[in-house]
Design a protein around this ligand. Sequence first.
Ligand code: 4NP
Length: 162
Amino acid sequence: MYSVLFVCLGNICRSPLAEALFMKLVSEQDLNAVFTADSCGLIDFHKGNLADPRTRHTAKLFGIDILHRSRQITLKDFEAFDELLVMDESVYTQVMAMKPASFDGSRINYLRAFDPVFPGNTVPDPYYQDQAAFEEVHHILERCIANYLQMVRQSIPPKNHT
Ligand code: 4NP
C-alpha cells in the first residue's frame, strides 16, 4: 500500500478536498488495494470540524462528498505515510522543519508541481476569498491529482501492489 498525506494550513479547505479527489480517482481506477490517503493541517484551530461549508458546497457541485474531520499534523505522520504533498511554500517550510532527520526530504513534495497546465508551488488558499476562488481551487486540485496519480502509478515499486 502506498500512502499519501495532503497537508495545508487549516485542513478545512485545500487538503480535505485534495484527499477526497484523490480517493475518488483511486476508486474509479480500481486502485483501493494500492493507494490510501489522508489529510491534515499545520494548525489545530479547526480540529474535529468538517471541511469549510464553502469547500463542501463546491465539492458537492462536482459530485463529491467530503467527510473528513480536521486534524493537525503529528510526528507519527512521518512514520505512517510514504509521501506528503503540501499546498504552498509556507506549509513546505514548516513540514520540512518538523520532519525527523530519518525522513527523506524528497518524500515531501508540492502538489502544484503536478499541475499539467500551470505547474508551480502554490495551491492558493481560498479561505479569505469568494466562491469563485473555491471553484478555481477545485479545478487546480482536479488537474494536479489526476496527473499525480497517473505519474505515481508508474513509479511506485511493485511491492506496494501486493
Ligand atoms: P486551508 O485554508 O489551509 O486550505 O484549510 C485555511 C483554513 C483556515 C485558516 C487558514 C487557511 N485559518 O486561518 O483558520
